[in-house]
Design a binder for this molecule. Structure first.
Ligand SMILES: *Cc1c(COP(=O)(O)O)cnc(C)c1O
Length: 397
């Protein structure tokens, strides 16, 4: 009877993310940091913001970081700092969170969507090249799911055509490409500290990272009413600052980020091991890429049925993202139709994000993988054969 314990929990409940478990491990430090900000009443652009900016820039192996109020703002303000606006085009991926396109729209520029690489889910470089026009000012690659985009060919294209590269690193804090941290690979990069991200605040927050001192200075004004010193407003700026309270929390958490990312990488390996032969397509890393696994996304043709099955077993999963940007009501004016981005569209019906965070136990991963495998073996395994033909590079963890 004792051999049955917890290997196959009767009423298992595996949350999709578990921010409570993370908090409990560092509660004393977090509580101290919060209460210190309150006691010092240092709420707006306080000392903790400045220190966190320095520490986060160092983490990204970049020179400057400017704290803002969300990842969406980070994208928008980064583009604004480079004077991208009405009449300009910015190329980004159709398979991303809507905010990648919103940042572009909010400065008045036109998002030009392209399909993604079938292996890495990041922007297809050949499609980017085909989308370049005289109006293209920037490429905005998304390091989706924590996997870096193909930055060398993107940089080469950008240099050749005199375009900027603004990284959407909102899902990829700490990922590396050819040994270098994301955030230092383009002209500027946007990060989000939305609570569920690899580095998450207890509310909204974001950061622009850049090696360009002038751009950093400009961003400091843009986020703060366009002022250089108090009540001296050089242009019509915004109020988009990172809260001191969030910065204090993020400083505590930044110390653990490498450890948490290592936990995610370990869990990705465990998933790969236990899902082997299950018939679902598991994600990998392209050569030179070190992913930080913000999301662990598998693919199967029976996605909706598998999702329902996992739900019924207490395993909480997600879909990132069920409707591609070009098929969203918000972007009907781009004039796209179904069929324009075949990889993105095919994947939207097949992708499924399994629970992924450092605190997941080996047992939970085994339980999830077994539940997936059991379902697949009773519902056929067509996916791997058809998918393997579409793969550009061979993934390996
Ligand atoms: C989360 C996210 C954003 C937006 O960040 P917010 O902080 O929620 O505004 C932008 N792009 C991607 C790819 C994201 O995952």
């Amino acid at each position: 009877m004792s051999t049955q314990i917890s290997m196959r929990p009767e009423h298992a409940n595996v949350p999709f993310v578990d921010l409570g478990a993370q908090y409990r491990a560092i509660a004393a430090e977090i509580n101290h940091a919060i209460s210190k900000v309150i006691q010092e009443t240092d709420f707006i652009l306080g000392r903790e913001v400045r220190l966190f900016e320095e520490e986060f820039a160092a983490f990204c192996e970049a020179r400057y970081a400017v704290g803002v109020d969300s990842g969406t703002s980070a994208l928008e303000l980064a583009l604004r700092a480079f004077d991208i606006g009405p009449g300009d085009e910015v190329i980004t991926a159709a398979n991303s969170f809507i905010a990648s396109a919103l940042g572009i729209s909010h400065v008045g520029a036109n998002p030009v969507l392209v399909d993604v690489d079938p292996c890495t889910y990041t922007v297809d470089v050949e499609a980017v090249e085909r989308a370049i026009t005289r109006r293209t000012k920037a490429i905005l690659p998304v390091h989706l799911y924590g996997h870096p985009a193909h930055m060398d060919p993107i940089r080469q294209l950008a240099d050749k055509h005199g375009m900027l590269v603004i990284e959407d690193a909102c899902q990829a804090h700490g990922a590396r490409y050819q040994g270098k941290r994301v955030g230092s690979l383009g002209h500027a990069a946007a990060f989000s500290f939305y609570p569920g991200k690899n580095l998450g605040a207890y509310g909204d927050g974001g950061m622009v990272v850049t090696n360009d001192g002038k751009v950093a200075e400009r961003l400091q004004m843009i986020r703060n009413y366009g002022q250089q010193e108090k009540y001296k407003h050089l242009f019509r700026g915004h109020n988009r600052r990172l809260d001191t309270m969030q910065a204090a929390i993020l400083r505590v958490k930044l110390k653990y980020l490498e450890q948490w990312n290592a936990g995610r990488r370990r869990n990705a390996k465990l998933y790969q091991k236990h899902l082997k032969g299950s018939g679902v397509f598991v994600p990998g890393e392209a050569g030179g890429a070190e992913a930080v696994w913000h999301l662990y996304v598998i693919r199967t043709e029976q996605r909706d049925a598998l999702k329902e099955h996992l739900d019924s077993k207490g395993i909480n999963v997600g879909i990132h993202y069920p409707v591609p940007i070009h098929l969203q009501p918000a972007y009907q004016d781009l004039g796209h139709k179904r069929g324009d981005f075949p990889v993105t569209e095919a994947y939207a019906g097949r992708i499924l994000s399994l629970p992924m965070y450092a605190e997941l136990s080996d047992q939970e991963i085994e339980y999830i993988a077994e539940t997936v495998s059991e379902f697949q073996s009773s519902h056929g395994t067509g996916e791997v054969v058809s998918e393997s033909r579409a793969r550009g590079a061979s993934p390996s963890i």
